[in-house]
Design a protein around this ligand. Structure first.
Ligand SMILES: [Cu+2]
Length: 155
């Protein structure tokens, strides 16, 4: 019984580790594009982003790029004061801090046609708390296991 508990705990632990740092492909299979005008607002709204997560922008470099911009520039599709520019066609962007992130494509008309993305990343508090409880569960399971094996020896 204790072994089963221990096993479940270890499995839960590894699932947690994985979910702590998620990788998201922006637009899923569509990628970062103008084709069929993906709804990036809707795409982002179905996810919860956390510090440590990574966004992957995939696109054809002859048509698009990725600019990280301020909220103002995001709203007005301004491309002249980008915080960062990516143009490899397969860009990984890590969410290094909690807060708002704004991305646009700098090519003419793309941002205003909807090729823009707003992400809100939150701190990992929930994951930390979850891991804390899992640690306690593991210690508890180990204690039961130890007690059981001691009892086995006595009997
Ligand atoms: Cu574009």
């Amino acid at each position: 019984m204790a072994l089963v508990l221990l096993f479940v705990t270890v499995v839960l632990f590894s699932v947690c580790e994985v979910s702590m740092n998620a990788v998201y492909r922006v637009g899923d299979s569509a990628g970062w594009t103008m084709i069929d005008h993906p709804d990036y607002k809707r795409w982002a709204s179905t996810k919860r982003f956390h510090v440590g997560d990574t966004l992957i922008f995939t696109y054809l470099t002859q048509y698009h790029d990725v600019m990280e911009v301020s909220h103002h520039d995001y709203v007005h599709c301004k491309t002249n004061s980008a915080k960062a520019v990516y143009h490899t066609g397969s860009d990984s962007v890590s969410l290094t801090k909690p807060g708002e992130f704004y991305f646009i494509c700098s090519n003419d008309g793309h941002c205003s046609a909807g090729q823009k993305l707003h992400i809100k990343s939150s701190s990992n508090n929930a994951a930390i708390i979850r891991n804390f409880y899992l640690t306690i569960a593991t210690v508890f399971a180990l204690c039961i296991y130890k007690t059981n094996s001691l009892t086995d020896h006595i009997n």
